[in-house]
Design a protein around this ligand. Structure first.
Ligand SMILES: [Zn+2]
Length: 230
């Protein structure tokens, strides 16, 4: 009888622990009045791991691949309208070069080269860690394509980690576009990362972007998920 009682207590404790650890989307424990999920206990955020890549302007596309050239989509990315292209370019800096760097579409107003921190040492440039599109004061490099080359006076950044989300998701999480938050993740190198920018609104889909260096250093894989911490 005492043993049954012990067992019952254990089962209740286990159930309670599972319930506490479960993501908000998981079914609530039976017969318990589920409390409203606290802020930060919302669904986990999937990761998108970005390698070095290049966004091109129309003018630079023409110069590198020839006038009238059109990019060839090979894969849609999770962010709506964004895609990886068949085309690659060589990036040349004062100290070295990186070959076969993927071009992403669609075209943008200004060419932007997103490299890893390790790449910057190889190239011999000192890009700041910035959000996409914030190119003032960034260094340039030379891009080499099959039909020509372009010397950029600016446009090289190391991408700041960030979370894409819709406006509705931002409201759910209680954050706004441009806000800086932290993320927490499990795994063999689990931890909390700060300085994660929110990018919320039209054309965004829930996904946290880190680069391949960050992912490798922290054993983050495509199946890792993040909890948003304000
Ligand atoms: Zn992104």
């Amino acid at each position: 009888m005492a043993q049954d009682y012990e067992q019952m207590i254990q089962q209740i404790l286990q159930a309670a622990m599972q319930y506490n650890n479960a993501p908000a989307a998981a079914p609530a424990a039976p017969a318990a009045a589920a409390p409203a999920p606290a802020q930060g206990a919302l669904g986990d955020i999937p990761v998108g791991i970005s390698n070095r890549h290049i966004h091109l302007s129309q003018q630079d596309l023409d110069a590198l691949f020839g006038p009238g050239y059109e990019l060839t989509k090979i894969k849609d990315l999770k962010q709506p309208g964004q895609y990886a292209c068949k085309e690659t370019l060589t990036i040349c800096g004062p100290k070295g070069a990186l070959e076969k760097v993927r071009v992403l579409g669609p075209l943008r107003k200004a060419t932007q080269v997103e490299v890893l921190l390790g790449d910057s040492f190889k190239l011999g440039v000192k890009p700041p860690t910035k959000m996409s599109g914030d190119l003032a004061g960034t260094p340039g490099v030379t891009l080499v394509g099959p039909k020509g080359s372009v010397q950029l006076s600016e446009g090289v950044i190391v991408a700041q980690r960030h979370i894409h989300m819709t406006a509705a998701e931002a409201a759910q999480y209680g954050v706004h576009d441009g806000q800086i938050v932290s993320i927490e993740f499990d795994g063999p190198r689990c931890g909390i990362l700060g300085n994660v920018a929110i990018r919320a609104g039209e054309g965004h889909s829930l996904e946290c972007h880190v680069d391949t260096e960050e992912a490798n250093a922290l054993a983050i894989t495509s199946s890792t998920t993040f909890k948003l911490i304000k």
